[in-house]
Design a protein around this ligand. Structure first.
Ligand code: CP
Ligand code: NVA
Length: 303
């Protein structure tokens, strides 16, 4: 049984295949070529946290491929508290063909994957956001022709989004640099996993954003306070204040540098309006790519 929990579980060839398929699906969708690869299939979506992009792009993607989606609010299914993860997984496997989940704890996904007989797809956990990472890589490929040899400077938190992108870049030959305040970088657990599943050369951490963007082809940022970390918000606002992606930071990067953001953006915090709405920003192209990369994932898991 194939699941989609972390990009680190995929080979470079798998990743390349998914990106190639996503580009093909994007082109087919632009030409309105009807697709039927998910005919008769039902994809469930369980969300313990809010979402715009992940939920809507999955629901639309399933519909475009001829399947049906079923939205299940997290508080209704009660993962792990209304019934055990094992009982939930063994039951829902009889009803649907794949399950996308957005959860607080990554262990919830692992617990379900251990007992489900259908693919489990990570729609964001506290550990990783592989669907986002895949769309990020497709966007870099579109912007530069190839991700290989490009440099992504992630200015922000060592979080779910940056972990997945670091892994994807490492697998496909792009350089990834993390610029963050001391104490907010990748932890030893991640670096150990990176060494064993990606490469012995772990991503560089810099604590100076200007130094990090100097050779960057892409500057990437994400919120400073992720969902579930609300109690740390004031502290994080203080610690990350000098890591804002603004015109001054962008001016320190090469002229061709593009700006990405997984969204939603907290404008005025991690990124300014002028950068978000300026010519370097490709965040909405990137958001659009969620649709195509996830359709590729669904076909890869279900076809
Ligand atoms: N980037 C992303 O996952 O967006 P949502 O939280 O809106 O799904
Ligand atoms: N790091 C953010 C990403 C949101 C898409 C969070 O987990 O809230």
């Amino acid at each position: 049984m194939k699941h989609f929990l972390n990009l680190s579980d995929l080979s470079a060839a798998d990743l390349d295949h998914l990106l190639t398929e996503a580009a093909r699906l994007k082109d087919a969708q632009a030409r309105r070529i009807p697709a039927h690869s998910l005919n008769g299939r039902v994809v469930g979506l369980v969300f313990e946290k809010p979402s715009l992009r992940t939920r809507v792009s999955f629901e639309s993607g399933v519909a475009q491929l001829g399947g049906t989606s079923l939205y299940l609010p997290g508080n209704e299914v009660g993962l792990g508290w209304r019934e055990t993860l094992a009982d939930f997984a063994r039951t829902i496997s009889h009803y649907i063909d794949a399950l996308v989940l957005r959860v607080y704890q990554h262990a919830t996904l692992e617990g379900l994957a251990a007992h489900a007989t259908i693919p489990i797809i990570n729609g964001l956990s506290d550990w990783s956001h592989p669907c986002q990472g895949l769309a990020d890589l497709l966007t870099v490929r579109e912007l530069f022709g190839s991700e290989r040899g490009r440099t992504v400077a992630f200015v922000g938190d060592g979080n779910n989004v940056s972990r997945s992108l670091a892994v994807g870049c490492g697998k496909l030959g792009a350089k990834f640099v993390l610029a963050c305040p001391v104490g907010y970088g990748f932890d030893e657990k991640f670096l150990t996993q990176y060494r064993s599943k990606v490469s012995p050369d772990v991503p560089q951490e810099l604590n100076d954003p200007v130094a990090a963007v100097r050779g960057a082809d892409v500057i990437y940022t994400d919120v400073w306070t992720s969902m579930g970390q609300e109690a740390e918000r004031e502290e994080r606002l203080r610690r990350f204040a000098s890591f804002q992606v603004n015109a001054q930071l962008l001016a320190a990067a090469p002229a061709h540098c593009k700006v990405l953001h997984c969204l939603p953006a907290h404008r005025g915090e991690e990124i300014t309006d002028d950068v978000m709405d300026g010519p370097a920003c490709a965040a909405f192209q990137q958001a659009g790519n969620r649709l195509h990369t996830q359709k590729a994932v669904l076909e890869w898991l279900l076809k």
